[in-house]
Design a protein around this ligand. Sequence first.
Ligand SMILES: Cc1cc2nc3c(=O)[nH]c(=O)nc-3n(C[C@H](O)[C@H](O)[C@H](O)COP(=O)(O)OP(=O)(O)OC[C@H]3O[C@@H](n4cnc5c(N)ncnc54)[C@H](O)[C@@H]3O)c2cc1C
Length: 436
Amino acid sequence: MHKLGLICFFNDLRVADNPALMQAASGCEKLICVYIQPPDDLLEGFAIAPTTLRRQQLYQSLDALDRSLGALSQHIQVIADGSTEGLAALLERFDPCAVYRSEQANWRMQTRWDTVVQRFPNMVFCEITSHTLFESSALPFTIANLPSSFSKFRHQVESLQIPEAIAAPLNLPPPITTPDDWRQRFSSAEQRPSPPIAGGEAAAFRHTQAYFASNAAQSYKKTRNALDGWGNSTKFSLWLACGAISAREVIRQLRLHEAQQGANESTYWIYFELLWREYFQWYSHRHGDRISAFQGIATSTPNTSFYPQRFRKWCLGNTPYPIVNACMKQLNDSGYMSNRGRQLVASCLVHELALDWRYGAAYMAQNLLDYDFASNWGNWQYLAGVGADPRGHRRFNLQKQSQTYDPEGHFIALWKGAECEARLDHVDIVDWPITN
Ligand SMILES: Cc1cc2nc3c(=O)[nH]c(=O)nc-3n(C[C@H](O)[C@H](O)[C@H](O)COP(=O)(O)OP(=O)(O)OC[C@H]3O[C@@H](n4cnc5c(N)ncnc54)[C@H](O)[C@@H]3O)c2cc1C
């Protein structure tokens, strides 16, 4: 039993099914709970920061976690900066005997953690899997031998036993001091009581339970590609990304739904999509810093350039492609975009606008409420042709996609996608203004 433990929360903002918290609960006499704030350079060197919407959602998630901890006579002690120096300062300040955290599929966070572990040889560091369905030790291959495509991965893992989601601890070791006022890190706008999508563990449970109580899951496979509509896809990502709910808990509820309302192709497909998420988590572990490298895991760099004006137009939803504009405006306004929308805007950025895919990934990293490091960079790489796509690259026919997914033009009209300049470029190849 350690005299003093410290738990670092990051993208596991929950008390239920949090194995790191459970281990801390039984492993130490006193416990300090800390939220680790991602440093700015986590966004891969792109000068961007999360939007107010996402900070609002984060605030709500932390507030909810603090309340759940409060019911166990604990609290979030402090918000620490997740840089190497920030982590080292945190450990120097509290000098815990043991440090607990959930494993991260994020090479930058991992590199920092590894550096800090070496700097404090007398502390015990415990990393526990909590963001994925499977433990790495249960996978039928080593991470170095991760299958090169999703299909191969799925065939090898889909019938593996998924560990049961565990309940919240009944007791926690007491804190050592009264909390610092972590709320001061947030502006009053971010502390607004009701952001558009409520964050936090209780909200995640309410949402998943309501979803499975409805019959939306029974037709998920048919509706999931819709560009809009709350019930057309699960929206679980909005809580999975920050770990307000675990993927294992979602599976537990899915199995319960199947037992009560019946299993079919659609309910299977929810599991199928969660396996995509799973694949990208292990993919990120496997490929480390190559997940955000221009060349990705390919053998040559993509043939793109950088046109600041085109990129700006893409961000604002002012390209010659109404469907792309509508999706981008939806993202800018709400912090959400459907999976189909993400595929279309990514294809547009890479193929129609010939831009560097990492700028698109970074823009989504800034704006998505459900931003998840591995899912975002992994999907972008895939679509840019430098990732795990066995076909090399995917170029979507935007005209055809509009006819299929928005045949009446309702989505485009709703988000004013057709309100755009007809011309893409205002300068020519040698930077002269185009006047006619
Ligand atoms: C360019 C691009 C960027 C993306 N960035 C992110 C991101 O930052 N965060 C994120 O969670 N997802 C990301 N995705 C994946 C996917 O678009 C979202 O998970 C999905 O749209 C979220 O809505 P939903 O929960 O209703 O999904 P549903 O269709 O209901 O799917 C259920 C769950 O399966 C998982 N899932 C589904 N599709 C994928 C996928 N392609 N990759 C990984 N997981 C998947 C998600 O956890 C999702 O919540 C990205 C996809 C693309 C093409």
